[in-house]
Design a protein. Structure first.
Length: 226
């Protein structure tokens, strides 16, 4: 069997298992849809990280991404897997997550720099989930100007959680991938964490699943010329 086909089938099964486990958390463990969505978001992000080492062509990643979006749309329309659809506000985050996976893979494949895939996905997997959980559980104050701009419900607590988790993720990623001195790495970390936190805070309806990796991609692309 072709290696790409093998990994495609493995990931198709893995994404399906993640959806079912999320539904189990919702139904059996009474975790609520927020926990199920965070579990699916984190799990899908983590298992997706090896893509640059596994797939030689972007077509397989595109098929997986389109397939995952289709499954999400169908389960929403058919009102099954409520753990992944029963949320308080309209969100396109699940679709944009896989759009970002494909975009980052294209950037990585075209440049030969695997970090262009890994770093945005790490941030999207860990910091975004941290922001969602902390903001939902302890967040009371919304980000300044958020409601007046677009009805955003992001909280200062959630944004703080995003920033604080982004710092170690970005620092150790840049330390590993960039052959820079420590001062430059720290400055790069602070800049990227600040801009990505801002994008997350002011991106409504789940669009942070695109805006966060997009801004990280831009910054990292620019860093290639420094």
């Amino acid at each position: 069997m072709n290696t790409n086909i093998k990994f495609y089938l493995i990931y198709t099964l893995a994404y399906g298992i993640i959806l079912l486990l999320g539904e189990g958390i919702y139904r059996l463990l009474k975790g609520g849809p927020a926990w199920s969505r965070s579990f699916a978001h984190l799990s899908a992000g983590v298992i997706t990280l090896p893509f640059p080492w596994l797939f030689a062509s972007h077509w397989w990643v595109l098929i997986l991404s389109l397939q995952s979006c289709l499954v999400h749309w169908l389960t929403s329309r058919l009102k099954i897997l409520p753990s992944h659809h029963r949320i308080a506000v309209k969100s396109v985050g699940s679709y944009l997550f896989f759009v970002s996976v494909y975009l980052c893979f294209l950037a990585s494949l075209s440049t030969g720099r695997k970090e262009l895939f890994v770093v945005p996905l790490l941030l999207l997997s860990f910091s975004d989930v941290a922001a969602a959980q902390v903001g939902r559980r302890v967040g009371k104050r919304t980000v300044p100007g958020g409601r007046s701009w677009h009805g955003n419900t992001k909280t200062l607590a959630g944004s703080t959680a995003f920033f604080m988790t982004a710092l170690p993720v970005l620092f150790f990623s840049f330390f590993h991938y960039l052959n820079w001195n420590l001062t430059a790495i720290v400055l790069m970390t602070l800049l990227t964490a600040s801009l990505s936190t801002t994008m997350e805070a002011y991106s409504p309806f789940g669009t942070d699943n695109f805006s966060v990796p997009f801004i990280v991609l831009i910054i990292m692309h620019l860093s290639l010329f420094l």
